[in-house]
Design a protein around this ligand. Structure first.
Ligand SMILES: C[S@@+](CC[C@H](N)C(=O)[O-])C[C@H]1O[C@@H](n2cnc3c(N)ncnc32)[C@H](O)[C@@H]1O
Length: 412
């Protein structure tokens, strides 16, 4: 049996989840996702839990049981509950070993369940999750500082937040494997339903939430569906059946991927902070590209260089269209100066990214030029100091973005 079928089958079997036979797991543009293997009509019910509905959900309540079943956990928890209801972030950091909210409980429960390996009820679920997960909270401080405030601050908060689970598990006597704990935190951030761990900046978040609701939970199978703006499915919490269900919003053709919306109110920044990716759109692409750059290069010089590049890009945003020409010249001159200083350390791929970032900026400024091709030519001109048309004519459209620093320094 192929792996994808096995994952769904195991989930069905372990948690009594009903999953339509029309679904299968494949690799698509967003990594692994759920695809249709036959036509799905509008409003078809695709995933629902009929038999033991709530059994398949790892809720905060169940996470609490997992945590509390550990010897000494009760005492550690009780200690905190006896004297704190709401507390400041600083307090939590000082007393983190005893303060757990829904997110922390889930993180700790996952960590403990991983220790149990095959004996864990959640083993099938945990095995269905990719081994490698990435979220911005994993960036180190230097890297985080490369991000703009909107990205940086939530990530920094989340980075602090994980210290709470770390402290608690340490208090239980565990030696923490940071990689595994980061994985657990990533799972909760990117795969939990209904909660709002992202609001960790607010004080209210630290109200103890050891509740019995099922609306903040991890949900096997449904969490395999990727996000797209133009989503074709939606999930609903069925109060009567106390079950999560997935319905198609429109007809889905055979072979098409299923998409949901992870929360209509989520901003691009929240998506980035929680799920570790951005939808290819607008300004946010810049942050994303910066991450890609960061992943491929890593030394101070390069980061300084890129940071100053991005600063220039951001500065451009504030300029009026009349400044366009001057700005582009300035950027061009600065780029060349920087290129000379830094030398040829950057690879072509990174130049391409910088070029694309700038190009997006140029394109976005509609007042400047409604003709995108011409805006693009302008970027090439500014970058290469040569006639864009020559470049395009002789090398074709694809080579336009392959700018090398040898080009830049030659023209400086
Ligand atoms: C709830 S899981 C979805 C299933 C996941 N792709 C998997 O293999 O298990 C959320 C994660 O899927 C990925 N993802 C979902 N939608 C995406 C998209 N539109 N583009 C890129 N990655 C996406 C991100 O890594 C995100 O953190």
């Amino acid at each position: 049996m192929n792996i994808s079928l096995k994952i769904l089958d195991n989930l069905r079997e372990s948690y009594g989840i009903f999953i339509s036979d029309k679904l299968q797991i494949n690799s698509g543009n967003c990594g692994r996702g759920v695809f249709s293997s036959a036509v799905i009509e509008q409003s078809e019910l695709l995933i629902s839990e009929f038999s033991v509905p709530i059994d398949g959900l790892l809720t905060t309540r169940k996470a609490q049981h997992v945590v509390e079943s550990h010897k000494s956990a009760r005492q550690v928890l009780r200690e905190f509950l006896s004297h704190v209801r709401i507390c400041s972030f600083e307090f939590i950091l000082e007393n983190f070993s005893t303060c757990l909210n829904g997110t922390d409980l889930l993180v700790c429960a996952l960590y403990l369940e991983l220790e149990n390996e095959e004996n864990s009820k959640w083993n099938t679920f945990l095995s269905s999750i990719p081994k490698q997960l990435w979220n911005p909270f994993m960036l180190d401080v230097k890297e985080l500082n490369l991000l703009t405030a909107k990205c940086r601050l939530p990530s920094k908060c989340l980075k602090q937040k994980i210290k709470i689970s770390t402290g608690f598990l340490k208090a239980l006597g565990f030696e923490i494997n940071e990689e595994i704990l980061n994985w657990c935190f990533s799972v909760v951030l990117s795969r939990s339903f209904g909660g709002s761990p992202e609001r960790c900046q607010t004080r209210n978040h630290f109200k103890i939430e050891i509740d019995n609701s099922a609306n903040f939970c991890l949900c096997p199978a449904i969490d395999l569906i990727n996000l797209e703006k133009d989503y074709n499915c939606e999930y609903r919490w069925n109060e009567n059946k106390t079950a999560f269900q997935v319905f198609s919003r429109k007809k889905i053709l055979q072979g098409q991927e299923l998409f949901v919306n992870y929360g209509t109110a989520k901003s691009e920044y929240e998506i980035y902070n929680f799920y570790g990716f951005v939808l290819p759109s607008d300004d946010f692409q810049i942050e994303f590209e910066l991450q890609r750059i960061r992943k491929s290069i890593y030394d101070d010089k390069k980061i300084d260089f890129l940071t100053s590049q991005l600063d220039m890009v951001f500065a451009m945003e504030k300029l009026e269209s009349s400044d366009y020409f001057i700005t582009s010249l300035k950027v061009s001159a600065d780029l060349r100066r920087l290129a000379n200083r830094v030398g040829k350390i950057l690879e072509k791929e990174e130049n391409k990214i910088i070029y694309q970032i700038l190009l997006e900026r140029f394109k976005k400024n509609k007042n400047l030029n409604n003709n995108l091709a011409s805006a693009e030519n302008r970027v090439i001109e500014v970058f290469l100091g040569c006639k864009a048309s020559e470049k395009i004519n002789s090398e074709g459209i694809k080579t336009k973005s392959l700018i090398s620093f040898s080009d830049l320094s030659r023209n400086s």
